[in-house]
Design a protein around this ligand. Sequence first.
Ligand code: NAP
Length: 479
Amino acid sequence: MNKKYDNFISGQWVAGAKYAPNISPSNINDVIGDYAQADAVQLDLAVQAAQASFPAWSTGNIQARADALDKIGTEILSRRDELGTLLAREEGKTRPEGIGEATRAGNIFKFFAGECLRLTGEIVPSVRSGISVEITREPMGVVGLITPWNFPIAIPAWKIAPALAYGNCVVFKPADLVPGCAWALAEIISRSGIPAGVFNLVMGRGSVIGDPLVNHPAINAISFTGSQSVGERIAQQCALQLKKVQLEMGGKNPQVILDDANLPRAVELSVQSAFFSSGQRCTASSRLIVSDGIYARFLDAMKQRMATLRIGDPLAAGIDIGPVASQAQLEQDLSYVQIGEAEGGVLVAGGQRLQCGTEGFYMAPALLTDTTMAMRINREEVFGPVASVIRVKGYEEALAEANNTPYGLSAGIATTSLKYAAHFKRHSQAGMVMVNLPTAGVDYHVPFGGRKGSSYGSREQGRYANEFFTIVKTAYVGD
Ligand code: NAP
């Protein structure tokens, strides 16, 4: 009999309409627990609870708000090992990566605890005599937060913390694949002193409760992270209802390696951002754009480095890369390797399923060479440990190919040239640019987001989060 985990609605733990097992991707015989699956009725109760709590929470004492967020952050940080281990077990990241993600989540709550006390406005003179103008920011109301499976505690944290800090009430729907971290986070929030109904956890399938959440008339704004196809659907629904929406979606991030790059550094950052966390990061580099003069040396060094990668149980010590997150993801990754080869790409490393002692979704990171930007492997997001190499003549062609994509989340360049680094920073069409750093790996206190098909709406994280979670009011005051 597995332990049952309920939804959290209006300050109560509420049994789901049904339950689904949460199965570890590193061992399908390891069931983490049975997690509640909400239906539309339960979703409606959560939205109603949030709506009822909004007047008091949005105008309540900001010290109490700051204290609650700080308490949540403190508990996450003090339990980071345990939460990171749960994350590794349910999502497949390595334990150190899981602990790092939990640490990030704790720090995010701490950051937004401080933001509760830094809500400011402006007073400006009117163009008319005897009048002053006040510009303030107010909370949006009830916000729906929808998150993907690849960062099961950090992404919920970077949506929930600012939503609460700026005075909103929350209905949170985590990815169906990873309810464990979401539930653990909700349990911590439930003991933080935040009043009943301000924060609600509704686990369940997007296909069942996604539409009722997005279309609920009492939901004022939706913040979504996930795939482009679901994001576009949500944006269309929100547009019809004139609801505020924020979307963070896929990536096909380029990593440019120029002739003058420091070779060991270029290899290390390419391996890290292409394959670590099983390549399941929206900021992963899946396109390695390499210039002629370094091409052969880079490829040799990449193959050597990839041969040293340790793939296996994410909870074991010394492992670099765990399994991918699900059977469906494994099938998608392996099929894209085949697609790349069928298009003319040459598989020079990895690309096959691995047996690692337990029945899990393990695969050897794949590297394909001889690919071009006309190929699907370079146009579509794979979202796994699969990278392809595009050979170019020099910087200008590298920049053009880096930008030749419908996505624009993160882009990196490895070079020792200040001139090329500066030009790339200015002319890359990505929302985030990295010089001599992996495309993945960002700070929690500065804006995060992309351009083109990767993002829609205002930025997440740092102080820029207030653009989404608040709305501006302009008040005119006569003498
Ligand atoms: P997904 O399939 O789009 O799911 C994302 C979330 O949307 C899940 O909670 C899902 O629920 C829910 N959902 C599904 N159908 C819905 C509907 N009709 N209405 C409302 N919600 C619905 O994405 P994923 O596979 O979890 O995550 C991988 C994707 O996320 C990749 O494309 C990756 O690039 C992207 N991502 C982007 C960023 C970024 O910041 N740009 C960060 C991380 C990940 P279920 O789980 O129940 O299906």
